[in-house]
Design a protein around this ligand. Structure first.
Ligand SMILES: [Zn+2]
Length: 261
């Protein structure tokens, strides 16, 4: 009885949120046109994606840094790409944070590291985006504006990259292994991703061109994030270049984007 009431209340609340955050058709069409890997999905997937986008926009808070204006167009570009990986997993995977900080351009972040002699070295790192446990998530619009991307070379998608880190960190640390149902599943995961990563690093070291962003050679958690980018943006090509890794991600995300080209 109480469970029934609660579920009806939830449905009612969700219906109200969906009405209030309904995405206007021209804005939706513009977003699909700008990100062709979204437009390729089936009508059923797109309807679900649009529904998740409304709920995502209702639950997240966007902030523009240094006066940058986050338009509806920009917020939806983030929402649509962020929601694609959780199309089947569901939005609760992103409930660990609320804020999304948008910068117009990449950000210079101060960094430091201590060497073996205890000397602290300071340097600056140029960031296109950053995900931290508990948030907020940071993104640079210049890095995701389709009009500013050249489209050549390895897959590059900063939104999917940062949200892949969010999924990975959901169990506490970014280690290239997202939360999995069992210890055995975790071991199986590592048995695929580790050798894939090592082979990838060897190709990058040899200077071979790769579908997956060579940045993935930095660390296995970066390899996971750039592999997720390729899985959603260039799935057909990924089935050719990394069939085992593709299958691993297909089972995890419960999606087979290569079927849609
Ligand atoms: Zn990263």
């Amino acid at each position: 009885m109480l469970a029934g009431l609660l579920s009806r209340w939830r449905q009612h609340r969700e219906a109200r949120l969906l009405r209030r955050h309904e995405i206007p058709e021209p804005l939706w069409q513009l977003t699909l046109a700008r990100y062709p890997f979204l437009a390729r999905r089936s009508a059923a997937d797109l309807a679900e994606l649009r529904r998740l986008c409304s709920l995502f926009l209702a639950s997240k808070e966007f902030h523009g840094a240094a006066g940058f204006a986050v338009t509806d167009e920009i917020a939806l570009a983030v929402a649509a790409q962020a929601c694609l990986p959780v199309l089947r997993l569901g939005l609760p995977w992103y409930e660990g944070f609320v804020g999304i900080v948008m910068h117009e351009d990449q950000v210079l972040a101060p960094r430091q590291w201590t060497d073996d002699d205890g000397v602290v070295h300071e340097y600056e790192e140029l960031l296109a985006g950053e995900a931290m446990e508990g948030g907020p998530l940071m993104l640079a619009w210049s890095e995701m504006d389709p009009e500013l991307q050249d489209g050549d070379g390895p897959v590059y998608n900063v939104v999917i990259h940062e949200f892949a880190h969010v999924l990975d960190m959901r169990d506490g640390e970014a280690d290239g292994v997202p939360p999995l149902p069992s210890l055995a599943a975790r071991e199986d995961w590592i048995a695929v991703i580790d050798p894939e990563w090592e082979a990838f690093c060897a190709r990058v070291d040899a200077g071979e061109p790769t579908l997956i962003d060579p940045y993935g050679a930095e660390a296995v958690e970066e390899f996971f994030a750039v592999a997720v980018e390729a899985f959603f943006v260039a799935p057909r090509e990924m089935t050719q270049e990394h069939p085992r890794l593709y299958a691993l991600l297909r089972d995890f995300f419960q999606q087979d984007p290569a079927r849609h080209g």
